[in-house]
Ligand binder design. Structure first.
Ligand code: NAD
Length: 255
């Protein structure tokens, strides 16, 4: 099998719908020669149904990143299927409704804590759960939405993404000696389930119609998936703690 991921074994979280960035990542990873395994939340049946649309069959493992039992058994379950891992994709985000859509000043800490746990701390939990399988080094890749700015409607997902971005840098610091890289793709808006759960998401996405140098297609998760696959490959061998924008170039534009 040829391709930039030939011979690589990759664990991919976050396949929920065909609109998931992780679904497109999984498809591209298989096309590029990787053997993959998927994790599923909230139910394996949903992910299994979508996984049938991938080029090749793949095993699905249940994983709630906040569930210690799920995390502690993950390495053994993956080892049975793939033996070891060369890459891990974190494509997970969640915030309760009262943490989104213009309620920033009134959100209770309990909801902020959930957003941080699922969307940021989980990058550390997932990476550590997979660490025993990456003895030869590896590449961890996550997805962010540029946390340098305060966006309309995004509210506490903003601080959660800022925490994710910092967590990625600290993982890069602590895992570099084991030749494990940790990087993020900062994607522009995509009309996935996660995005649709943000009240007023279309107002946020509309910014891209006016300011993105490259034309941006809200319904196309593939560019973000391509970025993830590139970071999983051997073509970024000395890049870690980095955030690469796949946002049409909007981050570079002031007004
Ligand atoms: N859609 C966008 O506009 C956009 C832009 C930039 C970054 N992102 C990020 O991309 C990533 C993937 O999102 P998406 O847009 O593909 O949406 P999505 O809804 O398809 O994916 C979100 C995933 O998070 C998973 N998840 C939620 N809670 C979980 C838990 N407790 N344990 C394990 N998994 C859990 C869901 O199962 C789902 O698969 C997220 O980190 C998101 O913040 C999305």
């Amino acid at each position: 099998m040829s391709g930039i991921l030939a011979g690589k074994r990759i664990l991919i979280t976050g396949v929920l719908m065909e609109s998931s960035i992780a679904f497109h990542t999984a498809k591209l990873a298989q096309e590029q020669g990787a053997e993959i395994i998927l994790t599923a939340f909230p139910r394996p049946t949903l992910t299994e149904r979508i996984a049938k649309k991938l080029p090749k069959p793949t095993k699905v493992i249940e994983l709630d990143v906040t569930n210690e039992e799920h995390l502690s058994r993950l390495a053994d379950l993956v080892r049975e299927e793939l033996g070891s891992l060369d890459g891990v994709v974190h494509s997970i985000g969640f915030a309760p409704q009262d943490a989104l859509g213009g309620n920033f000043l009134n959100t209770p800490f309990e909801s902020v804590s959930t957003a941080m746990h699922v969307s940021a701390f989980s990058l550390k939990s997932l990476t550590m759960a997979c660490l025993p399988l990456m003895q030869e080094g590896g590449s961890v890749v996550g997805l962010t939405f540029d946390a340098q700015y305060a966006w309309p409607q995004y509210d506490w997902m903003g601080p959660a993404k800022a925490a994710l971005e910092a967590t990625s840098r600290y993982l890069a610091r602590d895992l570099g000696k084991q030749n494990i890289r940790c990087n993020l793709i900062s994607a522009g808006p995509i009309g996935s389930m996660a995005a649709k759960s943000i009240p007023g998401f279309s107002d946020l996405a509309d910014v891209w119609n006016h300011r993105s140098p490259l034309e941006w297609d809200l319904s196309d998760p593939e560019p973000a998936g391509r970025g993830v696959v590139a970071l999983l490959s051997d073509w970024f061998p000395k890049t870690t703690g980095e955030i690469i924008h796949v946002d049409g170039g909007l981050h570079a534009i002031g007004a």
